[in-house]
Design a protein around this ligand. Sequence first.
Ligand code: AMP
Length: 430
Amino acid sequence: MTFAKLGLTEHLLETLAQLGYQTPTAIQSQAIPTLLNGKDVLAAAQTGTGKTAAFTLPILHLLQGTERAPAKQVRALILAPTRELASQIGESVRQYSKGLGLRSQTVFGGVKAYAQINGLQRGTDILVATPGRLLDLMEQDAVAFDELRYLVLDEADRMLDLGFEEALNKLLARLPKGRQSAMFSATYSDPIKQLAKVWLNDPEAISIAQSNKVATTVRHQIYTVDKVRKPELLAELLRRQHWQQALIFTKTKRSADEVTDILQAEGFDAVAMHGDKPQYARLSALKSFKDGKLAYLVATDVAARGLDIEGLPVVINVDLPHVAEDYIHRIGRTGRAGLEGRAVSLVCADEVDSLRAIEALLKQRVPRKEIPGFEAEHRVPDSHPRSQKKAPKQSTPPNAKAKQKAAEPAKPELSQGPSLRSNPFAKAKK
Ligand code: AMP
């Protein structure tokens, strides 16, 4: 398959050639012709699959050579759940639309609205936005959608996780009906299907791979350790392994800060990235990391969602995510494009439930190691590979999980505070 066969304009083909894109990815091969045919699309595709180009290229193709957006109006709207993802998509739109004379803009919260309002005043052909800020701008009459032709909802599952449903409904009520829409989501859960019913019109469903598929080029490894000693063990591993770069995940903003402080005190070049950090700091940390100037980025799931970082040798989970599927999202940043990647997790005794769910999802028991001097006093119980079929799935309702917990043998009490166990999404609403 070639991009030319997908029917894209000459200009876009040249741009893609300049970017070094030789063949379309699976999602691009399927979504581009469908969108060019004017159909709505519901696609299950994760980050790293080339989904941004899959929805952006058809929009550019269809807008090319048509009349520019009048003042305050928007012709194509791409909604993304987080500032980082919006900014990354905005960057891709700029790349792909080079030389087309289309005006694109990205708006998200956490920065002053003044410049955004000014930019919108002139009319925007492609607007990339997070739902909260867009709603604010709409309420201030800074932007209008009478001319909207194309709509994309990216990472729809994460929009729901982050509690954007109400904002989305308010937005939807203000959008014209005669538009073409596409929805991208890493998972195909019931709430997503429900959302699709409301947002899409007779969509073509595209699924390029099982949503839980993990690159076979990723090697998983667990280090068992007591919770309180995780940051120390992390520093020890970084000293021993000499990874050039690592993306390090924690479950909460607080633990991201704690881990970063400890790494910095040990002389490591580490920066924390989470929702409480000022926007400019997040973008600058991300840029340094992407450019290879920063060695260690310590992030929460929400802040790192959708980030595309090429050729990352290792992803380290200081805490396991509380939703097993987030493990797949996290480690999706390593082992890409056939390169070998590593997923290293520091696991303590009270994370065994999460570990079971992850192993069930991976359909493998992840090898365990202990580093001498860091042996766990609170032994991490075996994750019972034979009972994996019964392990909770990511969508296990809270009461079912509680029942399951009650049925398990008592686990040792750990003395550490609650920060590592709390829900990272709880305060993530914009
Ligand atoms: P995405 O899933 O949209 O975040 O894209 C992941 C990465 O793949 C980005 O760095 C894109 O620039 C790159 N990419 C997307 N499509 C192609 C393609 N057809 N050939 C080569 N690289 C691509």
